[in-house]
Design a binder for this molecule. Structure first.
Ligand code: GSH
Length: 227
């Protein structure tokens, strides 16, 4: 009995896998092919009514299902009793920076990806709007990381959530030039073995050819998803 993770190799998807790895919780993976719209099928909507990944089923807890990546991270951290901040104030700091990602960085980078990378019609106003907002949010992270080692002081699920998005700034067409604290933090988290294992779930394309093929598939899949 363990946790069943429904996921794909996207920023929200790897968040859950990284948390499971960091928290050393046993899990199995069901890879969801987003481009084929498996996430919109009835069996999946019964697990996540929003029809998106990630989602989990906890088979140790009466098959309790959880959707929304932020809620998944909180659920897993509570289950393992780690990475959630100790004491009310520290837990609040973790929540603040987790919500910052869920309500800000994720949605803005997601829209930057749509208009800059996936949409066939290139709309300069929309591209500029979401890229500028992404850069602004990355600057907020940089300032914070100039004061503390990790977003909530100690390493937590807030770092996992923000890192999973911030690491792919190039895919959104946003530079982190001049953001040295952010760069330091990006590299420190990338070096963690659990993060390396989690970010390779559900697949890890090794060669540059495979990676470039995967990028093309992601764009084609995203266009199919956006119809
Ligand atoms: N707020 C949700 C967003 C989930 C989400 O947007 N997932 C994307 C992948 S990163 C997805 O499943 N896209 C497929 C679709 O839109 O059909 C969360 O954080 O879990």
């Amino acid at each position: 009995m363990s946790i069943e993770l429904f996921t794909a190799a996207t920023p929200n998807g790897i968040k859950a896998a990284i948390a499971l790895e960091e928290l050393e919780l046993p899990y199995t993976v069901q890879a969801i092919v987003l481009g084929s719209r498996a996430q919109k099928e009835d069996w999946f909507l019964a697990i996540n009514p929003n029809g998106r990944i990630p989602a989990i089923i906890d088979h140790d807890n009466d098959d309790f299902a959880v959707f929304e990546s932020g809620a998944i991270l909180i659920y897993l951290a509570r289950k393992a009793g780690r990475l959630l901040g100790e004491g009310a104030d520290n837990e609040s700091l973790v929540m603040q920076w987790l919500m910052f990602q869920m309500g800000g960085l994720g949605p803005m980078m997601g829209q930057a990806n749509v208009f800059f990378r996936y949409a066939e019609e290139k709309i300069p106003y929309a591209i500029d709007r979401y890229q500028r907002e992404t850069r602004r949010l990355l600057e907020v992270l940089d300032r914070r990381l100039g004061e503390v080692e990790y977003l909530a002081g100690d390493y937590s699920i807030a770092d996992i959530a923000n890192w999973s998005w911030a690491r792919s700034h190039e895919w959104s067409g946003v530079s982190i030039y001049g953001l040295g604290h952010l760069d330091r933090w990006l590299q420190a988290i990338a070096a963690r073995p659990a993060v390396q294992r989690g970010q390779a779930v559900p697949d890890s394309s090794a060669t540059p050819e495979e990676k470039s093929k995967r990028a093309e598939q992601v764009i084609a899949g995203a266009r199919n998803m956006l119809v």
